[in-house]
Design a protein around this ligand. Sequence first.
Ligand SMILES: *Cc1c(COP(=O)(O)O)cnc(C)c1O
Length: 483
Amino acid sequence: MPEIKFYNRKPVPVEMHKVKIVQKLHLLPAEERLQKMKEAGYNSFQLHNIDIFMDMLTDSGVNAMSDLQQAAFLRADDAYAGSESFYRMQRKLQELFGIDYCLPAHQGRACENVLALRFVDRPGKVVIMNYHFTTAKAHITRLGGRVEELVIDAGLETESDLPFKGNIDLEKLEACIKEETPENVAYLRLETGTNLIGGQPISYENMKAATEICKKYGIITVMDASLLQDNLYFIKTREESMKDKSIEEITRMCADLFDIVYFSGRKFGFARGGAILVRDEDMFHSMEDMIPMFEGFLTYGGMSVKEIEAMTVGFDETMDMDVISQGPQFIKYVVDELHEYGIPVITPGGGLGAHIDARQMLPHVPQEEYPAGALTCAMYLCGGIRPMERGTLSEERNPDGSERIASMELIRLALPRRVFTLSQCEYVIDRVKWVWDHRDLIGGLRFVHEPKTLRFFTGRLEPTSDWPRKLVDAFKADFGEDQ
Ligand SMILES: *Cc1c(COP(=O)(O)O)cnc(C)c1O
């Protein structure tokens, strides 16, 4: 089904599904939100969901399931070993990706752990990426490995009309392999839909060229397919040479380029789980023993078999343009509205969510005071909206203890797939505009408890001045005590 056309009004994205189950939301007044934010140590990960109106933290494990996915729960075959649910999933993955071997894992980062343990087999090994993902990088650096990010320069610009800002720079790729020497490169990891730089897609052409370079040097190629559903939509709609191909064909063509495909089933498949697909039998066996050790037996990998069944149905639904277009179309709607208002938002809209450039929005807050973290707090204080910080706070410090300044300082307003309505999106747009108009009131943050690894998950912070109080007072002056 193509996008629905309108006769007499501005076109809006129309849902190709209807709501069958709902969850009640709560909107606490601003004064209470200020208290909750304080209790959460100014870290949106530490908020309780019940205190949040619009949870836009992530698309991980929070996408709406279809009736058919929930119906599939009932088929689940509970067995420690040899569950039919696993074999059904494996057959579906073989059909879609054409890869025979499947290692189940409980979520995306568990796959990353196994891959890093297998291939980053001595300190100093390098993993080349278009762009890193927090957990992918943490597993590699923990083992003494290094990450080289070679996304094209335009990928790090806020505004652009380039269709594939997630592409890897092919010249830099080849130069990097030569400089590091192929023996020292653990693998190439291409993220199909870059999470940290605005859900920006990578083109089929670019994946093909990059994997060809790696094959020439005998380097293993890995696709992180966690955000593949959005990327498939963008390849179909933005890549001229692919527009007549079916989603099934595009999926297969992309998969054919790689030795290994892994994914988070919390995104790809609209459920909760993960898996590593391995083309070569020997390579598969070389990783096999890690699954029972870290995840669970080889036919469930730490997942509930119910979720395995739901994911399997979700893979099929991913092949349906009506399903995979909903996210990108809603994101485009939000991004275009914010852009029109002059708010520095990543353009063009990608997958995953709308991303605001906090460095441009809060130029008066130095990156050492985490402008994206502060903006995240401001969105909660001024609307009960929970975004995710994707900037310097999400980085880890350099070995000498200095801050590693992120190349992009973003907040992500994730749009979990099929979850929010357009009126809720309108509310978010309105509150972002209010915050933009009052951005001068927002100050910085500093750590009071700073964990060494993945500090953004569990760290506690405090404001560098009493700006949260002033911001809430200004908000109440405009909206009253009860909003
Ligand atoms: C979310 C994500 C992961 C990690 O998946 P989890 O299931 O959350 O552990 C890995 N890679 C990408 C690109 C992701 O978006």
